[in-house]
Design a binder for this molecule. Structure first.
Ligand code: UTP
Length: 223
């Protein structure tokens, strides 16, 4: 790898949406903090970025999103109480989320949409390709999807979008990609994107899921 092509190290996690679909649960609690088994959903996403080698994480936040910052920070009061109780297991779990990655935050003043949220990352990201992870999709931690996407971007350049095959009658629920084969098993060339098409108009049954590795040129387009 040459100096002009540094390894991708930055992940952007947009988390400034209003979360209206989960109301009233998300009236005062960010949707990203809703628990999945024993952890808030957003922790799985940060773990996924870190395990793909992206240890610089920028979260796009907004009003009412304070708990996100607190979750990835130390909590000395709680840690010392657990230490006094000799509860090493829970202490380790509490410390885990603050040790995952170097966390950065930027506020999106108005939730003007996902594209605008990604644009808020421009000053932090600079001129390197970067990953975007949406907390609405949780990926099995055993699936090396993001690491593979980083590898594909480094080999081919451009931007890489994760796709998932769905039943044709489900495609109207997703963004859909028009694709051409590449000859590489898990890789297709995206030739177009259609938002939530009717099954009859859909160019494929490949649905866009919330994992992207983007060329920084995207910022000019978003502007
Ligand atoms: P969604 O479309 O899921 O919107 O955003 P939402 O507000 O989170 O949820 P609903 O639809 O109202 O229930 C997709 C992703 O983009 C982020 C969201 O936080 C989510 O991760 N987003 C969306 C922003 O960061 N800013 C925005 O202005 C909009």
């Amino acid at each position: 790898m040459t100096e002009s092509h540094p390894r991708i190290s930055k992940a952007v996690i947009p988390a400034a949406g209003l979360g209206t679909r989960f109301l009233p649960a998300t009236k005062a609690t960010p949707k990203e903090m809703l628990p999945v088994v024993d952890k808030p959903a957003i922790q799985y996403v940060v773990e996924e970025a870190a395990s793909a080698g992206l240890d610089d994480v920028l979260m796009i936040t907004g009003r009412n999103k304070r708990p996100l910052e607190d979750h990835f920070d130390r909590n000395y009061e709680l840690e010392s109480a657990l230490q006094k109780k000799g509860d090493a297991g829970r202490l380790a779990k509490v410390q885990e989320s603050s040790d995952l990655a170097t966390m950065h935050y930027v506020r999106q003043g108005d939730p003007k949409g996902l594209g605008h949220a990604v644009l808020c990352a421009a000053p932090h990201v600079g001129h390197e390709p970067f990953a975007v992870l949406l907390g609405d999709d949780l990926i099995d931690p055993r699936d090396p999807l993001l690491a593979r996407m980083v590898e594909v971007q480094e080999q081919h350049g451009g931007s890489v979008i994760a796709l998932m095959e769905v039943a044709p009658e489900q495609i109207h629920l997703y963004g859909c990609a028009a694709v051409e084969p590449t000859g590489e098993g898990d890789l297709v060339k995206v030739t177009g994107l259609v938002e939530k098409p009717d099954a009859t108009d859909a160019p494929s049954n490949y649905a866009i899921i919330g994992r992207y590795v983007l060329d920084p040129h995207i910022f000019d387009i978003l502007r």
